[in-house]
Ligand binder design. Structure first.
Ligand code: TMP
Length: 201
């Protein structure tokens, strides 16, 4: 059985890596046995809605420093209003993107990683963080026209290198996303199940 306190899982990856599809498939599986909350960043809160609706698909890019501040502000609100309350109720919270997106994407914009961590100091760190890995060239082929301002090949390569750095330092667990949808879903579920087993001991 799970301990009373909930469990916080985040899923990271480049856009087009199948992250949202895989997160939803994972939720379907988990819901068979647990009380689960699906959430994502940018969040549905005031700042997250601003980022998604007014910024990400617009014409101009702000400085990556300002972006990092916006995403951190959204995250702080997200934790306070959605993530923490669900964890207090003992739920498993699965978040599509979290702090590692700021470290990888804004880090790719030359923002100091330590500074990003500092402005995110008050957030909760996930119990399990998974990175769905795929080659950026394949990712951009999948994305077609719906690209955010972050999605050019050069940026995506830098983002991936940063994600892989966190895999090497064991902050993120890598799942190969360059396989069929069902195979990736299976691999992802195995990682989560293994973690949950260890957690409940
Ligand atoms: P999504 O469509 O996967 O939700 O991605 C939203 C975009 O926001 C994606 O290009 C990555 C970017 N992003 C950051 O740059 N930093 C962050 O902290 C977060 C959460 C997202």
């Amino acid at each position: 059985m799970l301990k009373k306190k909930g469990i916080f899982i985040c899923i990271e990856g480049l856009d087009g890596a199948g992250k949202t599809t895989q997160t939803k498939l994972l939720i379907q599986q988990l819901k068979k046995s647990y009380d689960v909350l699906y959430t994502s960043e940018p969040s549905k809160g005031l700042i997250g809605s601003f980022i998604r609706e007014k910024y990400l698909y617009g014409e101009n890019r702000l400085s990556p420093f300002v972006e990092a501040l916006l995403f951190a502000a959204d995250r702080i609100e997200h934790v306070q209003t959605e993530i923490l309350p669900a964890l207090k109720e003992g739920k498993i919270v699965v978040c599509d993107r979290y702090i590692y997106s700021s470290l990888a994407y804004q880090g790719a914009g030359e923002v100091d990683l330590q500074w990003i961590q500092n402005i995110n100091k008050s957030i909760l760190y996930p119990d399990l963080a998974i990175y769905l890995d795929i080659d950026p060239v394949k990712v951009l082929q999948r994305l077609n026209s719906k690209r955010s301002i972050m999605e050019n090949l050069e940026t995506q390569k830098k983002v991936r290198n940063l994600y892989l750095r966190f895999v090497r330092s064991e902050k993120l667990i890598l799942v190969n996303a360059d396989k069929s949808k069902n195979k990736v879903a299976k691999d992802l579920f195995i990682v989560v199940q293994k973690f949950l087993k260890g957690f409940s001991r």
